[in-house]
Each structure stands twice: as C-alpha cells, then as structure tokens.
Design a protein around this ligand. Structure first.
Ligand SMILES: *[C@@H]1O[C@H](CO)[C@@H](O)[C@H](O)[C@H]1NC(C)=O
Ligand SMILES: *[C@@H]1O[C@H](CO)[C@@H](O)[C@H](O)[C@H]1NC(C)=O
Ligand SMILES: *[C@@H]1O[C@H](CO)[C@@H](O)[C@H](O)[C@H]1NC(C)=O
Ligand SMILES: *[C@@H]1O[C@H](CO)[C@@H](O)[C@H](O)[C@H]1NC(C)=O
Length: 327
C-alpha cells in the first residue's frame, strides 16, 4: 500500500476536526446534511462560545451554564440559526437588537434565567413561531415585543410574576395555538383579554390567583380543546362562561373555592372535567352538579366538604333525600 495513504487520511481528519467542521470547546456539534446543531452544556462556560462555532449552525443550545449575557454580534455570526435554546443560564437582560440578524429563527427558549424586564422590540426581528420565557422574573410584557404580523403559535410565560393578562400583546397573536400563563399572580380574566386568540387550542391558567372570570372571557376562543384553571381562587363561575366552546375536551377546575355550579355551566360537549378539591356544599343547590356527575361518561371523584354529616362523601353517590331535594 502507498505510504501516502495514512498521511492523506490524517490530513482529512485534521481538516474535519479543525477546519470546516469545527466546534467550540465545551460543546458538541452534530453535522447533518441540512442542519448543524451545537450543544454546550458545560456549567463552567461563562462566555458565549464564539470560537469555533460553525457559521452555518442551525440549532444552538447553551444550557445550565454560567452564561450571563449574549449579544446581537454573537448571534450574527450564525445567520442561519433556526433554533436557539438558552435554558438554565444566568441571563438577566437581553439587548433590543438581539435577533436583528436572524431571518430564520423560529424558536427561542429562555426558560430558567433571571430575566426581569425586556426592551420593547426584543423579539421583533425574527420570524418566531415558539417563544418560551418560562421561570423568569418578568413583571410585565410589552406590546411591542412581537410585530403586528407575528405568526407565533406557542407562547410560554409561565412561572413569572405577571399580575395582569398581557392582553395588548395577545391582541397581535391570532395564530397562537398554545398559551402558558401558569404560576403567575393573575387575579382576574376580564372580557376582551383573549379575544383575538381564534386559533387557541390549549390555555394554561393554573396556579394563579384568579378569583374572577368574565362571562365572555373565552367567548372568541372557540378552538379551545384544553383549558387549565386548577389551583386558583374561583368561588363562582358565570353560567355561560364555557358556552360555545364546542371543541373543549378537557377542563380542569380542581383546587378552587367552588361550592356549587349554576345550572348549565358545563356545556354538554365537555368530555372530561376535573372538579376535585373544591369545598362543595352538598345541599339542594348542588342538584345540577349532582345530575351532571351522574350522566357524564368520565367524571372525577367529587366529594362534599359540607354540611358536616356529608363531609368527605362522594357527591355522585348521594340520594335526593340526602341532598334535601324533593322526590
Ligand atoms: C456548513 O459549512 C461547511 C463549511 O463551509 C460545509 O462543509 C457544510 O456542508 C455546511 N453544512 C450545511 C448544513 O450547510
Ligand atoms: C460565573 O461567572 C461569575 C462572573 O460572571 C464568576 O464570578 C463565577 O466564578 C462563575 N462561576 C463559575 C462556576 O464559573
Ligand atoms: C407570517 O407569515 C406570513 C405568511 O407566511 C408572512 O408573510 C409574514 O412575513 C410572517 N410574519 C413574520 C413576522 O414573519
Ligand atoms: C381550529 O382548529 C382546526 C383544527 O386544528 C384548524 O383547522 C382551524 O384552522 C382552527 N381555526 C382557527 C381559527 O385557527
């Protein structure tokens, strides 16, 4: 065999490792035919890994590191980026022009950073479909974060400190299919606040402080299939609040302060309703819920909290007499 063979091979290998197919230290890179993915999971990383990052990287993940800042210039070196995942770092702010050179970016995930306030047009420049800001410290949301013609389908703002539904921004998001607002400090759901969300299918409002839902809160969200309202402070529900939600399959009202439901509250189409851990008061006023429980295909185990003789009894199993209803 020609002795130049191994040398050529070594050169090709060297070229692959240090030439075109480079990868930053502390990162791993996957070179696909259509995509280049870089993943940097090293806790000791504290600066943006510019050196060696392939210019045509399409997906970049920097997670659980000490990274505390990222600039438009950093990201501008990889203009083909489609996905940027930055969960579990120490970012406390972002520059307004961060995404200005990213014409293909459809997903940005900033879960678990320390973001408190963001500049007005921070996500304006990229054609985003998925925006994840879960588990940060946001107290407010700016209407101009996204452009008026945004095609966003997934927005996750759960685990922040929002006191109000960010209705002005939501007005722009007529393509939104999934909205996460769980684990915030929301107190009310006024009429109009979700009116533009015609495409919305999944709405997560659990673990807030909601004590009030306007009767028309969901009236335009007729594509809803899943609605999560558990772990709030709802004491009553307007009878028509779920009316018109003909595609609703799952409704979670567990762990609220409900004592009875007004007749007609649960539309007939809903196939699964979670109602556990509410202080249901089992007297004549609960007749509607009792009847619904007895003719719903699937039902959660609803127990009475009061009056004392019926405490912890399963509502569905009670008799008319026990509920004080006329025969
Ligand atoms: C990325 O760039 C390198 C070097 O120019 C090239 O060899 C490779 O084919 C490119 N990959 C993609 C997915 O465009
Ligand atoms: C993280 O970065 C800060 C400064 O930004 C530095 O003081 C600290 O030592 C770094 N921690 C680790 C684990 O590298
Ligand atoms: C949303 O999609 C439409 C149609 O594909 C496109 O014309 C528009 O530029 C997109 N909007 C943004 C902000 O990318
Ligand atoms: C509602 O959902 C269906 C099925 O997912 C979809 O085809 C339709 O476009 C949606 N409606 C709106 C207004 O987005």
């Amino acid at each position: 065999m020609d002795s130049r063979g191994p040398l050529a091979l070594a050169l090709i290998l060297w070229f692959h490792c240090y030439g075109a197919l480079s990868c930053p230290v502390r990162c791993t890179c996957h070179f696909g035919i259509q995509s280049i993915e870089a993943v940097c999971p090293d806790a000791a990383l504290s600066r943006y890994p510019s050196d060696g990052l392939p210019g045509n990287t399409t997906s970049l993940t920097i997670q659980f590191t000490n990274l505390s800042s990222v600039s438009a210039q950093d990201l501008g070196a990889t203009p083909l980026l489609q996905e940027l995942h930055l969960p579990g770092n120490t970012l406390s702010s972002l520059p307004e022009d961060l995404l200005s050179a990213l014409y293909y970016l459809h997903t940005i995930d900033l879960t678990g950073n320390q973001l408190k306030e963001l500049p007005a047009r921070v996500f304006y420049h990229a054609p985003l479909l998925n925006l994840v800001l879960k588990d940060n410290r946001l107290t407010s949301v700016d209407v101009d974060w996204l452009p008026t013609n945004s095609n966003l389908t997934w927005l996750d703002l759960s685990g922040n400190k929002l006191r109000k539904i960010p209705s002005a921004l939501l007005q722009r998001l007529s393509h939104l299919e999934t909205l996460h607002l769980s684990q915030n400090l929301l107190e009310a759901l006024p009429a109009e606040s979700l009116h533009s969300l015609y495409a919305l299918e999944r709405l997560y409002l659990d673990e807030n402080k909601l004590h009030f839902l306007d009767a028309k809160a969901f009236s335009h969200n007729t594509n809803l299939t899943h609605l999560f309202l558990q772990r709030n402070k709802l004491q009553s529900l307007p009878a028509t609040v779920f009316h018109g939600l003909d595609r609703l399959q799952y409704l979670d009202l567990s762990e609220n302060q409900l004592t009875f439901l007004i007749p007609g509250t649960l539309g007939l189409g809903i196939s699964w309703v979670e109602l556990t851990f509410n202080p249901w008061h089992c007297d004549a006023k609960i007749e509607y819920l009792w009847k619904r429980l007895n003719n719903m295909a699937v039902k959660s185990e609803v127990k009475c909290a009061s009056p004392e003789p019926l405490k912890n009894k399963a509502l569905a199993a009670l008799t008319r007499k026990e509920l004080g209803l006329a025969d």
